[in-house]
Design a protein around this ligand. Structure first.
Ligand code: EPU
Length: 419
């Protein structure tokens, strides 16, 4: 099994490109199920989760053509199986995103219930309740969500509590081909929701309000394919920016959209970093030897993203001063704390808050990746630790970071993939 070997202590300097967003690519690929003609999706990141989504579509008989530059053409006219199998769903919870499109387009779907998850219980009750409110008949049979609808789904008023990103996306997609108007209240405002809506609008959908907490969708009779390029990955960009704030140096990230990273950039400024922001690029410079500690609380967009929480636990563990990091989105997203502690981090968990005392130096150690963002935090810790860090189970990283070791190497890090 591959591992990452990192020798800490190098400053990061240079330029890299942001990859396409995983959490935008996944719903957009699921949206291909709604189209009567092929959908072309560009700027897809080369990631295991994207491959899993393509495999899932392929397992339904969908024709997927991938070109070398990661543009994919998805043609659903050959679909012959409306079943998302457990073998694929268990490796990627975002598989639930096919539920809405399948029901809306084909009036039937069987989607395996995702099981447990390393970052919290992550139920899908809101997805199921919303489809029921739109007229679907849903039973749980043998671990599967077995759903059908008599005729078309019906527009409905759907209220999310709590806010759910993929829940909002599932309802938007289902509503596009439903009869009448759907109003989503307390909708997720994440930029990935806007990206999905823009793709669907390009396919002929009528959607208003994406990016706000009330989204209105007027159902149409049919959607066509279009050509769409997914937005840059704001969590990937945020992760590299945090790496620079920890390791020092100066890095420009191109094809990034810093407007979607305000909460992260504000915290990195408090940590002592300086930024030059342009529409499509972000440059960070960090001259201080160590970042200042920054306390934060995660929340739905535009609050501080839970997907950046682990990286900031790493930053704070070597910062000047003490901090608290409070997680409000997922109940168990602190698996990285024990691993950073193995590297010398002084972190105490009090309920959903990590209380962190900044220390002079982390020390390299063998550590284990437990989920995607936890793995990223260990990479950042390894970059600044004294000595060598070996991160095991990096398949978690490959789910969400495209060529992470190549990008960091280009910036001067001493990192390699070993087996
Ligand atoms: N929730 C429910 N019931 C539901 C759905 C969600 O109680 O039916 C709860 C969850 O348990 C959680 C909260 O609602 O406490 C928010 O979860 P949400 O549904 O928003 O999460 P998600 O849609 O499953 C997406 C991203 C995650 C990201 C979260 C929060 C995708 C494919 N995944 O997950 O990304 O952390 O939103 O922003 O978009 C990652 O990339 O590492 C990742 C985990």
């Amino acid at each position: 099994m591959d591992k990452l070997l990192i020798k800490g202590g190098c400053e990061l300097r240079g330029e890299i490109y942001a990859s396409g967003s995983k959490n935008s690519a996944l719903p957009i690929l699921a949206a291909s199920l709604l189209a009567d003609t092929p959908l072309k999706v560009g700027n897809l990141p080369h990631l295991n989760d994207v491959t899993t989504m393509l495999e899932l579509l392929g397992s339904m008989g969908v024709d997927v053509m991938l070109s070398d530059d990661m543009e994919v053409q998805v043609d659903t006219s050959s679909i012959d199986n409306l079943n998302a199998r457990y073998e694929l769903v268990k490796t990627m919870r975002a598989s639930i995103l096919v539920l809405g499109p399948l029901l809306a387009k084909f009036q039937k779907a069987t989607v395996a219930l995702p099981g447990g998850c390393a970052i919290g219980s992550r139920p899908v009750n809101l997805h199921i309740d919303a489809m029921r409110a739109m007229g679907a008949d849903i039973n749980i049979e043998d671990g599967n969500i077995v759903a059908s609808v008599d005729g078309r789904l019906k527009g409905a008023k759907i209220m999310f509590e709590p806010v759910s990103v993929t829940g909002t996306e599932n309802v938007i997609m289902a509503a596009c081909l439903a009869e009448g108007t759907t109003v989503i209240e307390n909708a997720a405002r994440e930029p990935e929701v806007i990206d999905l809506a823009n793709c669907l609008i390009g396919m002929g959908a009528q959607i208003e309000g994406a990016g706000s907490d009330v989204i209105t969708v007027n159902g149409v009779d049919r959607l066509n394919g279009t050509t769409f390029s997914v937005m840059p990955d704001r969590v990937e960009v945020g992760t590299y920016l945090t790496a620079v704030a920890m390791a020092g140096g100066k890095v420009k990230i191109k094809q990034a959209k810093p407007e979607y990273l305000s909460s992260v950039i504000t915290k990195l400024e408090s940590a002592g970093a300086f930024f030059i922001l342009e529409d499509n690029s972000v440059e960070i410079s960090m001259k201080k030897r160590k970042p200042n500690a920054v306390s934060l609380t995660t929340g739905p967009y535009p609050s501080f993203p839970t997907d950046m929480q682990a990286q900031f636990v790493s930053l704070n563990s070597i910062a000047e001063g003490n901090s608290t990091v409070t997680e409000t989105v997922f109940e168990n997203r602190f698996m990285h704390v024990q691993e950073i502690a193995r590297m010398g981090g002084n972190i105490t968990l009090k309920g959903n808050t990590a209380v962190i005392e900044g220390i002079e130096k982390l020390t390299g150690a063998p550590v284990m990746a437990t989920d995607l963002r936890a793995s990223a935090s260990l990479v950042l810790a390894g970059l600044v630790a004294e000595g060598s860090t070996v991160i095991d189970r990096i398949y978690h990283i490959d789910r969400g970071y495209e060529r992470i070791e190549e990008k960091l190497k280009m910036l001067g890090a001493d990192i390699e993939r070993i087996s």
